[in-house]
Design a protein around this ligand. Structure first.
Ligand code: ADP
Ligand code: MG
Length: 276
């Protein structure tokens, strides 16, 4: 999807990567979950992060969004060269970081259209003219083949898995972020929901494509999205990175084989239970 030249030109003028995770260690309730993560995501690139249940994928997403429950004990997260660890989740959003699960719960009485307008204004730090907003929303919904009536629904109220994903992808398109972190936690076995996400990502504007960190518990989504890079996270560390072919390796041989090859033993065995 991205050529080397596009990748270089999309970096900030300082030459700093768009998102840089350096030796990141993080814990929750005194338990270390992330044990030294290094990862660079530049604007325009699509990265897939895979790993067994309990390996720390959602923890990484939560730390990147600035969830207060997670404590960073070592390392850094830099956005266009600047450390963001001291930034509030709001500040992160305003700077151009998008997190798919920012508003996971239902907001009764608030329609999608109102929610999107308020969120967009808050993110931009200014009031977007209503007409401009409406035009943009209509355009994006057309692009994403969404029924216009969807905008009049109450946020997440009675949404199916697929509709939640639609809402999320519509936000992604409306916000135009620099980096988007999509944690596909509950897409589970619902192929429709996976498709919504995949098609939504594939329809992002090629000329102004955000850097995507697609965290996936189900590599089936990679049948629909072609990542530029694939990373395998095990026990809070990225044990292997590669191109899209790595996803195939995982699918056919599983994580255990990769670990065996690398001579890595899991700290807690392979029997961890998903902790969403
Ligand atoms: P993944 O998303 O890769 O399945 P998680 O990041 O959800 O993994 O979980 C990693 C580990 O952190 C698991 O052992 C899980 O039990 C633990 N964990 C995650 N969130 C919490 C939490 N809120 N409280 C306690 N432990 C947690
Ligand atoms: Mg998870």
């Amino acid at each position: 999807m991205t050529t080397q030249t596009a990748q270089e030109s999309s970096q900030s003028t300082t030459g700093a990567p768009t998102l840089e995770i350096v030796d990141l260690h993080a814990e929750i309730d005194g338990k270390e979950i992330l044990r030294g993560i290094d990862l660079v995501v530049n604007k325009g690139e699509v990265h897939a992060l895979m790993g067994p249940n309990g390996s720390g994928k959602s923890t990484l997403a939560n730390v990147l969004m600035g969830h207060p429950k997670y404590k960073v004990t070592k390392g850094d997260v830099r956005y266009q060269g600047e450390s963001i660890l001291g930034w509030s989740p709001d500040q992160r959003a305003r700077s151009g970081l998008f997190l798919s699960f920012q508003y996971p719960t239902a907001i009764p009485g608030v329609t999608m259209v109102n929610f999107l307008r308020q969120a967009l204004n808050a993110t931009a730090g200014k009031e977007l003219p209503v007409r401009e907003f409406r035009t943009r929303l209509t355009e994006k919904m057309k692009l994403l083949k969404m029924d216009q009536s969807f905008a009049r629904r109450y946020v997440n109220e009675g949404f199916s898995g697929g509709e939640k994903k639609r809402a999320e992808i519509l936000q992604l398109h409306m916000f135009d972020p620099t980096i988007a972190i999509l944690d596909e936690t509950d897409s589970g076995l619902d192929v429709d929901a996976l498709r919504v996400v995949a098609e939504g990502v594939n329809k992002l504007n090629e000329d102004n494509h955000p850097g995507i960190l697609l965290i996936t518990h189900y590599y089936r989504i990679l049948n629909y999205i072609e990542p530029d890079f694939v990373h395998v996270l095990v026990d809070g560390r990225i044990v292997k990175s590669g191109g899209k072919e790595l996803a195939m390796v995982v699918e056919t041989t599983g994580y255990e084989q990769i670990l065996d090859e690398l001579g890595i033993e899991r700290v807690a065995g392979g029997s961890r239970i998903e902790g969403e």
